[in-house]
Design a protein around this ligand. Structure first.
Ligand code: ARG
Ligand code: GLU
Length: 712
């Protein structure tokens, strides 16, 4: 009883529907509706300064970097900043034993030294238009769902083509508010982007996976690129005669830093959020799906750690894999904890009770009356299928040998009729894949992962939800021993021999290989028994979500809703501030170079500090980049609503000047993708003054600073 009273008090104190500053990922073209609030919070510019199609605005300095990060232009010669972890793949691609840019950093001292990155694109949004009416004109809510989707698809296709013809831009039409609104986005894509500079990893990745998702943080997470265009100023493929891009706008950089309480906003490309899920879905995600994935990944990481600690070569081989698996592992652990300690499911339930009451009040709301009950049913049905998918990807395909064998699936479908050119292309691709695979493969790790994961798979999944090969296993250890003894995929020589002399009749050998057979068992089972059901349940969920969203907007007409992130450009704003993650613990909003020296440990890879940085620290040689307190600020937190994809996004002050680069969130608030809490959700940015200090004082690349517009 007391518990219930407490819960009620808690829910009343933090009503879910309150619209607080901090929460929200706003569509730039609609920012005028937020302008007043932003200005009340301290902003000194206008919504029109941020987004306009009539004159240049901040949006002209923001780009989608590659497929998944954000970047910003900081000079009138196309100089671009993003995170180190966003540029990582391109830095690695230019690195070799002779030029180890990952370890040593890299700085082009003139334009000629800037390194082309074929395949890297940046995308700039030119314009956005509301096209809801055009896309939804011949559909309604009573219509058969498949028919509705078909009509929408056709409408999108037609309009996209017309817009592309009219504008010469790349156009995409995206759904917002879960299918209730549609917007067309006109993009310009730049294909000649060159690497200009990067700090060494022990600055750009300082703290590594250990500090990932955590505060206090000391990572100099930035890298520098430049956009090139042809002589006429048009986007073009790489050509040595291309020239630096002259943007309509580049960001001014503030050296003043930010105080606690200052207004700040982030402008970038958040990837995905799910803020309007029903309680049943949040509960499923946080309390059943995520814990299973966390548990499986935790077991894999334990095995990696054991071998990585024992052998420096293995540490390097498994560094990227460890970072990949570990990033999600740590985040989802935080999601579960956050949802539970901040009563995310209860808050949603409380809100849903109110929604249901509202439905009962008028006959016109009949459309929504069964929504919540239907959600319960359908999520219940979906759950075992989601689990089956998770065990397939996180346990079955986590065995590298099986994943690698799977790459040969297309080859297994070749027939005598297949064109020789196609065969040759496949063989060449597989040879490259094999080279990359074996460079970083250590079979003792994989074998131990295989035994552990298959045991977990057997223990947790009922027989009719696991692939047939598992149901035939008598002893897992014996099965794995035989798999690793007999499969050709453990040996680079055997794989290359197979590829070198490949003939159609060799497919028989492939089909008999135990690793390939295991792969087929997993994937065929998935396609036959899991995929179809998942698709059809998800289609029904999409329909329910669309109506639920519509109902919520109808219920609270005075509330400003924001659409879930969908990889389109958004503005999100809040304040520079620290937080109290738990009782009696308070975090300051910024870290300094002192903290780097405190964390220094020459024996632990993540905490090695460059001698040159130590010298600068000893002399306190910070120049104009020091804070007015005399110290070198490294990173800071703010209550700005961000998610994956916001990496590299600029965080700007009240005047729209650059304060830093967003690169992470605090662990305690990673639940913000489903439930945002202004008290504990914080984004983390690297202070722009630390970035400039590293470029100028540490790397001696002051010529890059000279290009920028610095506001002292
Ligand atoms: N957590 C950040 C993000 O989600 C940074 C990831 C890269 N850094 C790392 N140590 N793995 O992308
Ligand atoms: N590091 C993330 C990224 O690469 C940003 C962190 C987050 O999820 O907020 O986009």
């Amino acid at each position: 009883m007391r518990k219930q009273v407490f819960l009620l008090a808690f829910l009343l104190a933090f009503p879910f529907v309150a619209s607080f500053a901090g929460e929200g990922m706003w569509i730039p073209m609609l920012l005028k509706y937020n302008e007043k609030e932003m200005q009340q919070m301290g902003m000194r510019i206008t919504a029109d300064d941020i987004y306009s199609i009539n004159h240049s605005s901040l949006k002209d300095a923001i780009v989608l970097f590659g497929g998944g990060c954000t970047g910003e232009i900081v000079s009138d010669e196309g100089l671009l900043l993003t995170n180190h972890h966003c540029g990582y793949g391109w830095i690695q691609c230019h690195s070799s034993v002779e030029h180890d840019y990952l370890t040593d950093g890299f700085w082009a001292m003139n334009r000629g030294e800037e390194l082309p990155c074929p395949g890297l694109t940046v995308t700039m949004m030119k314009e956005m238009r509301d096209v809801t009416e055009k896309i939804l004109f011949n559909v309604n809510d009573d219509m058969d769902e498949a028919e509705r989707q078909e009509k929408i698809k056709t409408n999108i296709k037609k309009l996209t083509e017309a817009f592309e013809k009219e504008s010469g831009n790349d156009v995409e039409i995206e759904s917002f508010f879960l299918g209730n609104e549609y917007y067309a986005i006109f993009n310009q894509v730049f294909e000649d982007v060159r690497l200009v500079g990067t700090p060494p990893s022990n600055i750009g990745k300082f703290g590594g996976d250990t500090d990932n998702w955590m505060w206090p943080r000391h990572t100099g997470d930035f890298s520098v690129f430049r956009i090139y265009v042809d002589k006429e100023g048009r986007p073009a493929k790489y050509n040595k005669d291309n020239v630096p891009y002259k943007p309509l706008k580049h960001l001014d950089i503030s050296l003043k830093g930010a105080e606690a309480g200052d207004f700040a906003f982030v402008f970038g490309y958040p990837a995905r959020t799910n803020e309007y899920l029903p309680a049943v879905a949040v509960d499923q995600e946080a309390n059943r799906i995520d814990p299973v994935v966390v548990d499986l990944r935790g077991k894999v990481l334990d095995i990696y750690n054991k071998y990585q600690d024992a052998d420096p070569k293995v540490r390097i081989q498994y560094a990227a894999k460890h970072a990949n698996i570990g990033n999600g592992w740590k985040k989802w652990k935080g999601v579960t904890e956050g949802i539970n300690s901040f009563k995310g499911v209860e808050r949603k339930r409380y809100y849903e009770e109110g929604f249901y009451e509202w439905c009962l009040q008028s006959r016109s709301r009949y459309l929504y009356i069964n929504l919540l009950r239907n959600f319960d049913t359908i999520y219940g049905k979906l759950e075992p299928y989601r689990m089956a998918y998770n065990y397939m990807t996180e346990a079955g395909l986590r065995i590298e040998l099986i994943g690698f064998a799977g790459k040969f699936n297309r080859l297994s479908k070749i027939t005598k009729e297949t064109a020789q050119a196609d065969v040759d292309k496949q063989i060449a691709g597989l040879k490259t894949a094999a080279q990359a695979f074996f460079k970083d493969y250590y079979s003792p790790i994989d074998k131990e992962v295989a035994v552990t994961m298959l045991n977990e798979y057997l223990k947790a999944q009922p027989a009719d939800f696991r692939p047939p090969f598992l149901n035939e296993i008598e002893d897992v250890q014996d099965f794995v021993d035989e798999l690793f003894e007999k499969s050709m995929f453990v040996s680079e020589t055997k794989v290359n021999d197979f590829l070198d002399g490949f003939k159609v009749k060799d497919i028989r050998k492939l089909l008999k290989d135990p690793a390939f057979k295991t792969f087929k068992s997993i994937i065929d089972f998935y396609m036959e028994s899991v995929h179809g059901q998942t698709i059809s349940y998800n289609a029904e969920i999409d329909r329910l979500q669309r109506l639920y969203m519509k109902g919520q907007m109808e219920k609270e007409q005075e509330k400003r809703f924001y659409p879930d992130a969908n990889f389109t450009l958004r503005v999100t704003y809040g304040k520079v501030e620290g937080f109290q993650p738990k009782d009696a613990v308070a975090y300051n909003h910024f870290t300094t170079l002192d903290g780097i020296m405190q964390k220094e440990n020459p024996d632990v890879y993540d905490y090695v500090v460059e001698p040159r940085l130590k010298q600068l620290y000893a002399k306190k040689d910070y120049g104009r980049y020091a804070d007015k307190d005399g110290s070198m600020h490294v990173a800071f937190t703010a209550s700005v609503h961000t998610t994956g994809g916001n990496s590299g996004s600029p965080i700007l002050n009240a005047d729209g000047q650059l304060l830093g680069l967003n690169f992470d969130r605090c662990w305690e608030g990673t639940m913000s993708d489903m439930v945002y809490d202004p008290d504990i959700c914080r984004n983390i940015s690297v202070d722009i003054r630390y970035v400039l200090f590293i470029i100028d004082k540490f790397a001696g690349a002051g010529h890059l600073i000279d290009e920028m517009t610095i506001v002292e």
